[in-house]
Design a protein around this ligand. Structure first.
Ligand code: UGA
Length: 468
């Protein structure tokens, strides 16, 4: 089938490459010329495991074409899938990009084509769609086309696998009187084994947002459970291992720590609460999910401060800047807020992330943050190490070497990703979330060591020095 994908960002590029992999002829319509030439040269605009190979293969075979011309892009298209951004950058929605994209593409979609909205959109916007599409089509002398939504449930870091083997495919009907649109979307997924659910567009929008709200709720629940475990001397891992075996609950998304980040969970919790407030609807559970999540960042910084007896003049190494492993995305990443708080309280913060783009963007977002290109450099002369993103390489660090590099052997683990016993054996004072019982049994005394001269001399360093 011939498919056009409008917008080659996180969602669109995965959708386009995934549909090409599923055997469709795909044309990607992208407005940014720099992105088009980068993709043509085999450079991905962001890190997503497996995506580069897929794009390269299908571009080389001609199954995936990329253009900035809406007329060429939609020539002969049976389905036009729109996947442009809908976040306003301030925890709210914006539909201006979507409206502009529709304005560009709708005049060119053949009368036997189908419009599919893949972006996450607010429910109110879904209601406006039929009239918006109809008026744009009429203005250009075009006939009516079916309108459907097809929300995505892919996770950054595993998006390709999630696209090719989804837990479900949801089709939302906006306007499809003959059922032709539904048949076309079903054919899009013909080669992909997954249950297909067809529902109203409002149901589909809430199924998408509701999934994320529930995941966020689970994480905030785990964060409160961890505090409860600390109060009662219990171990959160043990508790979750038992809770999670109940098939009604499951063990996923119950890892406590610095809380959830990224472009989806924080945005959707905040925007839903805000919209509900605006219409006088109270959502105290979701408000609490947000409050707990914000508090986790503060708790993490408090824990570092307590271990060091104050942050003024202390050097803190932050390991991990992206919002989770497997991505270089720092949107609403806990590390950014944590770095800001640490700097505000007088600390000097040196960050490290395996992804260069994450390091660059973190430095741009947080005044005073410096980054280095190696974990061992980051920890050199640190008074405390804060693990924020559980990249596997942090678990594999040579902790006996780290112990010789730091000024004070303090580790606060914001993801419960490290093994307290391993760190204690190297003389570290370890703090996690909900692991107090283990920590107490391993407690060591933290003695400051004098700083080695010029710890970062000769190493790649980005960013401004922290304010004095
Ligand atoms: C999320 C959803 O998981 C996807 O299903 C959805 O398609 C996507 O949003 C979207 O709306 O586009 P993503 O933002 O990629 O995916 O990230 P998640 O894997 O959900 O992780 C979100 C945050 O929660 C991360 O910061 C992660 O570290 C944190 N997290 C996750 C925890 O703090 N604890 C956990 O137990 C699990």
């Amino acid at each position: 089938m011939r498919v056009t994908v409008v917008g080659l960002g996180y969602v669109g590029l995965v959708t386009a490459a995934g549909l090409a992999e599923a055997g469709h002829e795909v044309v990607g319509l992208e407005a940014d010329p720099a992105r088009i030439s980068a993709l043509g040269a085999g450079r991905m605009p962001f890190h997503e495991p497996g995506l580069g190979q897929l794009v390269e293969r299908h571009v080389a075979s001609g199954q995936f074409l990329i253009t900035d011309a809406p007329d060429k892009a939609s020539l002969g298209a049976q389905a036009v899938v729109v996947a442009v951004g809908t976040h306003d950058g301030n925890d709210g929605w914006q539909t201006a990009t979507m409206r502009a994209a529709l304005g560009q593409i709708l005049p060119h979609i053949p009368d036997d084509g189908v419009l599919v909205i893949r972006s996450t959109v607010p429910v109110d916007f879904v209601r406006e769609l039929p009239e918006l599409v109809r008026s744009l089509r009429v203005r250009h002398g075009r006939g009516p086309i079916p309108i459907l939504t097809n929300p995505e449930f892919t996770r950054e870091g595993t998006a390709v696998a999630d696209f090719l083997a989804p837990s479900r495919v949801v089709i939302g009907i906006v306007d499809d009187p003959s059922g032709r649109g539904e048949r076309v979307v079903r054919r899009l997924y013909a080669g992909i084994p997954a249950p297909i659910l067809v529902m109203t567009a409002a149901d589909a929008a809430l199924a998408k947002i509701g999934s994320n709200l529930f995941l966020a709720t689970k994480i905030s629940f785990a964060n409160e459970l961890a505090l409860l475990c600390e109060t009662h001397g219990a171990s959160v891992e043990q508790v979750v291992s038992a809770i999670g075996l109940d098939p009604r609950i499951g063990s996923a998304f119950l890892r406590p720590g610095v809380g959830f980040g990224g472009s989806c969970l924080p945005h959707q919790v905040t925007s839903v609460v805000r919209e509900a407030e605006a219409v006088g609807l109270g959502l105290p559970l979701l408000e609490a999910v947000d409050t707990v999540n914000d508090r986790q960042r503060v708790l993490f910084v408090d824990r570092i401060e307590e271990r060091l007896d104050g942050l003024d003049g202390a050097r803190v190494a932050l390991l991990g800047l992206s919002f989770k492993p497997g991505t270089d995305d720092v949107r609403a990443a806990p590390a950014l807020e944590i770095a800001r708080l640490l700097i505000e309280r007088g600390a000097e913060v040196v960050g490290y992330d395996p992804m260069e783009r994450a390091r660059q963007q973190a430095v741009e977002a947080v005044p005073g943050l410096r980054t280095v290109d190696d974990a061992y450099r980051a920890v050199t002369d640190a008074d405390a190490i804060g693990l924020v993103t559980e990249w596997p390489e942090f678990g594999d660090l040579d902790w006996s070497r780290v112990a010789t590099l730091v000024r004070r052997a303090v580790v606060v683990d914001g993801r419960n990703a490290l093994q307290p016993e391993v760190l204690a054996a190297e003389g570290f004072h370890y703090t996690g979330f909900g692991r107090l019982a283990v920590e107490r049994s391993l407690a060591t005394i933290v003695e400051p060591r004098p700083a080695a001269a010029g710890p970062l001399d000769g190493h790649a360093v980005t960013g401004a020095p922290a304010p004095a």
